[in-house]
Design a protein around this ligand. Structure first.
Ligand code: ADP
Length: 482
C-alpha cells in the first residue's frame, strides 16, 4: 500500500472516529435531555394533580377520579387505578384515543416501594412514557395515579438527528478522504520527483545531474539538499577514480617504455659483443661503458619507481618532531659537494621543528636541490631558506637557473613528465612526482614559481611542531658561499 493511500486512510479513520464519538455523545445527550424534559413534565403534572387534592374519591368511597379542570395539559393522558389493578378513571382524551395505560406487576411493586416509577409502553405503535405514583388517603395507599405522554415527537426528532448525523458524518468522511488524497499527493509529489530523478541518475550513471527542488528547506528540501550533496561527493569520487585509473594506465605504459629503452640498448650492445669476428677493443670499451650507463639509468629508474610506489601505498611515514636546522645544514653540505661551481646559500634557517619524517623530508630536499643543480649552470646561485607563518614552516629552494616555461609549469609534478630543458638532465621525470607524494603524505603542500631565463623557486610547507626545551628564537642566518 502506498504512503499516500496509508496517510489518507489514516486521517480519514481519525476523522471518522472523531465524528462517530461526537455523534454518539450528541445523540445520547439530546435523547437524555428530551426524555428528562418529558419526565419532569409528567412528574410535575402528577404532583400537581395530587397536591391540589383533586382526587375526589373521598366523597365517593373507592371511586378515584380527577376533576376535569385538572386535566388541562394537552397530550397528557391521565388514568387512575385501584390497588387491585382495575382502572377507575381515564381522562377524556384517553377514552377518545382508546388509550389504556398498562401497569405491570413489577412496575406496581416499584411504585409502592419507591413512591414512583417511570415505564415505557408501546400502544398502537406509539411509544409512551408512563409515570405512576401512589394515591394515599389518611396515610393509606388507595390507588395509583398514572400520567403518560406520547414520545412520538421526540422519537421523530431524534430519528431526524440520527439520520442527519449519519449522513453528515459519512459525507464529511468521504470529503476528508478526497481532500486528504489530493493533499497527500501534493505533499508527496516532490518526493516522487526526487525518486524519479535519483532513479534516472542511477540508471544513466550521470552523477553530474542534480535533484531540483524549488520549495522551502523543509523535510523534502533537506532531502533534496542531502541527495545533491551525496551526488556531488559521488561525482567527485567517481571522477577521482576515473582519473586515478587513467593515471595508473599511463604510469604503467610510461614505466614499461622507460624500462624498455635501456633494455633494448643493452640487448643491442650484447649482440655487438657476441659478434664474430669480435669488434675492436676500442669499440668494446665504448659498448661496455654504454652498458654501464644504461644499467645505472635502469637501476635509478627502478629505485625511483619503488619510492613512488611506497609513497603511493601510504608507506608508514614517521610523525616526529624534526628540527630543521641540522637537516638543512646537512643537505647544504651535500649540495656543496655536488655543485662546487655554484653558490649555495643557506639563509635564514629558523630554529624551528616540523612534524614529519626526517628521511622523507631529506629526500624531498635532495630532489629539489638535485633539480636546482641540474638546471642552474655555473656560476648560478642556489638559496635555501625557511620562514614560519600560521603554524606552518615553509622551506624554499630558489635557483637562478634556466627557469620553467609557464605552459610546462603545471605539468612538472606529473609522473614521467620532463620538460624540453631536461633532455640533458637524463632524469626519468619522477623526481618531483616523488617529492609531491611524500609532502602530501606529510600533510604538506609543494608549490613552484618560475620565470624562464631567470630562475625557479620550489616551496614546501609543512605543519610546525613545538620545539620542546629549545630556543625558538630566530637563529642567525647561515650563508655559505662557495
Ligand atoms: P627529473 O627527475 O627528470 O628531473 P623531475 O620530476 O624532477 O624530473 O622534474 C620534471 C621537470 O621539471 C624537469 O624535466 C624539468 O623540465 C623541470 N624542472 C624541475 N626542476 C627544475 C628547476 N629547478 N629548474 C628548471 N626546470 C626544472
Amino acid at each position: 500500500m502506498s504512503i499516500r493511500l496509508r496517510l489518507t486512510l489514516l486521517y480519514t479513520a481519525i476523522l471518522a472516529l472523531t465524528l462517530i464519538a461526537f455523534s454518539v455523545i450528541l445523540y445520547l445527550t439530546l435523547a437524555q435531555t428530551t426524555l428528562g424534559v418529558v419526565k419532569d413534565t409528567l412528574a410535575d403534572e402528577a404532583k400537581r394533580l395530587l397536591s391540589e387534592r383533586s382526587v375526589d374519591f373521598v366523597r365517593r368511597g373507592l371511586v378515584i377520579t380527577v376533576p376535569s379542570s385538572n386535566r388541562a395539559i394537552q397530550n397528557t393522558f391521565v388514568q387512575t387505578r385501584r390497588l387491585d389493578g382495575n382502572i377507575e378513571f381515564r381522562s377524556p382524551n384517553s377514552v377518545e384515543a382508546d388509550i389504556e395505560l398498562p401497569l405491570q406487576a413489577q412496575v406496581r411493586t416499584r411504585v409502592l416501594e419507591a413512591g414512583y416509577a417511570y415505564d415505557f409502553a408501546t400502544i398502537r405503535n406509539t411509544r409512551f412514557l408512563v409515570y405512576s405514583k401512589p394515591i394515599t388517603y389518611s396515610e393509606r395507599v388507595v390507588g395509583v395515579l398514572q400520567v403518560a405522554r406520547s414520545l412520538e415527537d421526540q422519537d421523530r426528532a431524534l430519528d431526524v438527528v440520527r439520520r442527519t448525523l449519519l449522513a453528515g458524518s459519512s459525507i464529511a468522511a468521504i470529503l476528508a478522504f478526497g481532500i486528504g488524497w489530493v493533499l497527500a499527493g501534493t505533499a508527496l509529489r516532490p518526493i516522487n520527483r526526487i525518486t524519479q530523478t535519483a532513479h534516472a541518475i542511477g540508471a544513466e550513471r550521470d552523477f553530474g545531474r542534480r535533484v531540483s527542488h524549488a520549495g522551502p528547506q523543509d523535510e523534502v528540501g533537506r532531502l533534496a539538499t542531502t541527495i545533491n550533496t551525496m551526488l556531488a561527493a559521488l561525482q567527485g569520487a567517481y571522477r577521482q577514480e576515473a582519473q586515478a585509473l587513467q593515471a595508473q594506465r599511463r604510469f604503467v605504459a610510461d614505466a614499461s617504455h622507460e624500462l624498455r629503452t635501456p633494455l633494448t640498448t643493452i640487448r643491442g650492445n650484447i649482440a655487438l659483443l657476441q659478434r664474430d669476428p669480435p669488434i675492436s677493443s676500442t669499440d668494446r670499451t665504448a659498448v661496455l661503458a654504454d652498458m654501464v650507463d644504461e644499467s645505472e639509468r635502469m637501476s635509478r629508474l627502478v629505485h625511483d619507481l619503488l619510492s613512488l610506489a611506497r609513497a603511493d601505498a601510504g608507506r608508514q611515514l614517521r610523525r616526529e618532531t624534526v628540527p630543521i636546522k641540522p637537516l638543512i645544514e646537512d643537505v647544504c653540505r651535500k649540495a656543496k659537494t655536488l655543485g662546487p661551481d655554484r653558490t649555495i646559500i643557506c639563509a635564514e634557517v629558523h630554529n624551528v621543528a616540523i612534524l614529519g619524517d626526517p628521511d622523507a623530508l631529506k629526500q624531498v630536499l635532495l630532489i629539489l636541490l638535485d633539480n636546482a643543480l641540474k638546471f642552474t649552470p655555473a656560476p648560478g646561485e642556489i638559496t635555501l631558506s625557511t620562514t614560519v607563518r600560521n603554524g606552518r614552516v615553509r622551506i624554499s629552494v630558489r635557483d637562478t637557473g634556466i627557469g620553467i616555461a609557464s605552459d610546462t609549469l603545471q605539468h612538472i609534478f606529473e609522473r614521467f613528465y620532463r620538460g624540453d630543458s631536461s633532455r640533458t638532465g637524463g632524469g626519468a621525470g619522477l623526481g618531483l612526482a616523488i617529492a609531491k607524494a611524500l609532502v602530501d603524505a606529510l600533510d604538506g603542500t609543494v608549490s613552484v614559481a618560475s620565470q624562464l631565463g631567470v630562475g625557479s623557486e620550489f616551496m614546501i610547507e609543512l605543519p610546525q611542531a613545538p620545539l620542546v626545551g629549545a630556543d625558538t628564537a630566530e637563529a642567525d642566518a647561515i650563508a655559505v658561499n662557495m
